[in-house]
Design a protein around this ligand. Structure first.
Ligand code: HEC
Ligand code: HEC
Length: 304
């Protein structure tokens, strides 16, 4: 039965729901106004207004007509389609927290997103894809107030050797990648089962032991970029402030030894007989004993 209380609660919830969407979402009127948005990739210029039909045909079923990620297929998918009204993206060349470049979005649309239902849209023409990038942007006003970050620089890849792989392993340990990804990269670290994304949905770390391909590209330079930019909206952080460029390459080389496919790195690791570092043994010295407790005091008489 509907008591006055339940009606009141229902009203309060409706108001809350409205309040929470209005902060990120734009009205249909604003959306129409934004159809002038452009995207620039190389010599191509994309126009949002030219992508309307293709977006509805190819993208809306998952990403929703309003770009909110609530298309009719979304309920069946995990991970969920991106909500474009939040203007937050995993695959960027730009620092954590910043907007991606148009080229980043263009590359993603062409590549698709590995281990998700996001397909590769390479069958569409270059012009159609760059128009779609403009259309993706038109769902959020953040593109008006904010500029994409500066792409993080990636120095040329050095030659791999045993020293670099060992150094990469120490970094994997020191930076606590293992806490999520597991000491052998099997996505079974102590935090792995507790992770959620920014929208509070459970999320699994990448499994290096089983997977050959990353969401944001497959080259060594893509791998470098991933942990230097982080995957925004997920627990995968940016390590740009903790890792020097040379160390970043060492880490790339070590991560390759964890993957199933044949590589020079894996060969060197086998020759070395590289064994996973036991995190408990190695972490122990860092866990300094707690500071000696202050002399017992009566809290109530504590001087302010
Ligand atoms: C079958 C469902 C499906 C269709 C159709 C689809 N997508 Fe996606 N898309 C996804 C999913 C799922 C993700 C999120 C993947 C993830 O988070 O790992 C995604 C993510 C994205 C992203 C964000 C990537 C990032 O870096 O965060 C963009 C941009 C995107 N899609 C564009 C498009 C465009 C443009 C179209 C139409 C041409 C399209 N998608 C069609 C499912 C779909
Ligand atoms: C707090 C947990 C956590 C820590 C710590 C962490 N990661 Fe991740 N990482 C994740 C999660 C979760 C994902 C999967 C994100 C997704 O699927 O969207 C991920 C994904 C990745 C990917 C694959 C990205 C892609 O494009 O598919 C790489 C590479 C990676 N992490 C490297 C590292 C490295 C190197 C470190 C340490 C320097 C590290 N991670 C530390 C949680 C973590």
């Amino acid at each position: 039965m509907r008591t006055p209380q339940t009606i009141l609660i229902a009203c309060a919830m409706a108001v809350l729901a409205l309040a929470s969407t209005s902060s990120a979402q734009i009205t249909e009127y604003q959306e129409q106004q934004n159809l002038g948005v452009e995207a620039h990739v190389g010599r191509l210029t994309g126009h949002a207004k030219d992508a309307e039909i293709n977006y509805r045909r190819y993208c809306a079923g998952c990403h929703g007509n309003q770009g909110d990620g609530e298309g009719e297929n979304a309920m069946w998918l995990d991970p969920k389609p991106r909500n474009f009204t939040l203007a937050q993206f995993k695959c960027r060349s730009t620092p954590t927290g910043s907007l991606p470049t148009d080229a980043d979005l263009y590359d993603t649309v062409g590549r698709g997103v590995q281990s998700s239902n996001m397909p590769s849209w390479n069958p569409l023409s270059d012009q159609q894809r760059v128009d779609l990038v403009a259309y993706v942007k038109h769902f959020s006003d953040r593109w008006k107030t904010d500029k994409p970050g500066e792409a993080i620089p990636i120095p040329p890849e050095p030659a791999v050797n045993a020293e670099r792989i060992k150094s990469g392993q120490v970094l994997f340990q020191k930076l606590e990648c293992w806490k999520c990804h597991g000491v052998e990269g099997r996505a079974n670290g102590p935090s792995a089962d507790t992770l959620t994304d920014d929208q509070n949905r459970p999320i699994k770390p990448f499994n290096f032991h089983d997977q050959t391909k990353f969401k944001c590209g497959t080259a060594d330079s893509d791998l470098y970029r991933i942990f230097m930019t982080g995957l925004d909206g997920t627990p995968m952080p940016s390590f740009a402030d903790n890792v020097k460029p040379d160390e970043a390459w060492d880490l790339v080389f070590y991560l390759r030894t964890l993957q199933p496919q044949h590589s020079k790195e894996k060969e060197i690791a086998e020759q070395l007989g590289l064994k996973p570092i036991n995190p408990n043994a190695a972490v122990a010295p860092a866990e300094a004993p707690a500071p000696a407790p202050a002399p017992a005091q009566n809290n109530e008489n504590k001087p302010q």
